[in-house]
Write a protein that binds this ligand. Sequence first.
Ligand code: ADE
Length: 420
Amino acid sequence: MAVDSDVLDLSLATSGGLGVEWADRQMPVLRRIRERFEKERPLDGVTIAACLHVTTETANLMRTLKAGGADVALCASNPLSTQDHTAAALVDGYDIPVFAIRGVDESRYYGHIKAVLDRTPMITMDDGGDLVSTLHQQRTDQLPEIIGGTEETTTGVIRLRAMEARGLLGYPVISINGADTKHLFDNRYGTGQSAIDGIMRATNVLLAGKTVVVCGYGMCGRGVSARARGMGADVVVTEVDPTRALEAAMDGLRVLPGLDAASQGDIFVTVTGNKHVLRAKHFEVMKDGAILANAGHFDIEIDLNALRRMASGHRTVRREVEEYTLDDDRRLYVLAEGRLVNLAAAEGHPAAVMDMSFANQALSCEWLNANAASLEKRVYEVPEAIDKTVARLKLETMGVRIDELTSEQQEYLSGWEEGT
Ligand code: ADE
């Protein structure tokens, strides 16, 4: 019998399946975990509701959880990131219930979240916090059934910590983002490459010689800056945090206040996780032809309502490129409606980096299930043993070997007497 679902078109399943296999070739760590899960079934009897970007990489995570014995259902964590062929493949090829269609309106998007919650999950897996916040606002009756959750991204962890601080968090959640093998790689190399990829697929502009303004110098901003610079752009960073600004300056980048950067930039990329980073006062001074993209989780970083109010008109000029004409005839170009440019205009982070993020997800789920009884209603870091296992496995699959401490070195590190 066909599994429950709401996807665009099941006839896309064959091409979707090829994409899932293609990604799997670049996900050897997750594959090893899947092979172990198939034998050990550590998630037998566990129902999981996942709210993630519906991509080929996520499909391989879903396969892994299912191989571990979980009853898993998936909905999208962003209305524009769903790959419809991948969603079809999950339903038709892997018998996994999926509720996700690219481009749905807000009400259907939240309808899909409720559809996975209707399956009475014991574990939630979130990317950005929409699942957790729906549960805590509209489905509080389900909270006692939930043993724990995981959160993939910086934005979601910020929301969880705010809930924890107010005593509102209903169950333990693991911050996948906190793992070194997640944020040092996914946020930096993943966002770095995929955000540039999204901008290029949408516009086909040459980056060499352009001024690229990167708003925010967290891990994602560092990645975008490094990749833009590597392609010959003059990179300007804007920041509110003095340490990060200092780091950008010492990385050899120009650091400017937003308003100064606004008049100089050819391409803007917001990666702050905060609201209205680019707003009316910036639009007022931007150059004709400036391109505006967001690579942060939510579509709030560019104040599109202000831009719409300022514009005399707008039209779609290419796939994922909206042109806004201002009163003085300057034209500004917004990519992917201000949503995550890497997922909406490209395919998200490459599989080789999602391999590590999703290995952390799979192993953290196993850990949650094994340790549920002793956990409190708070945000947990990924256990260090898991983080190091992921790093070791990744190195192994890359054929990279490293050294071990000698016993003399171990002793030295644990002592204090030896000095000058
Ligand atoms: N977040 C960023 N890139 C992603 C991908 N390829 N799959 C799932 N989530 C992502």
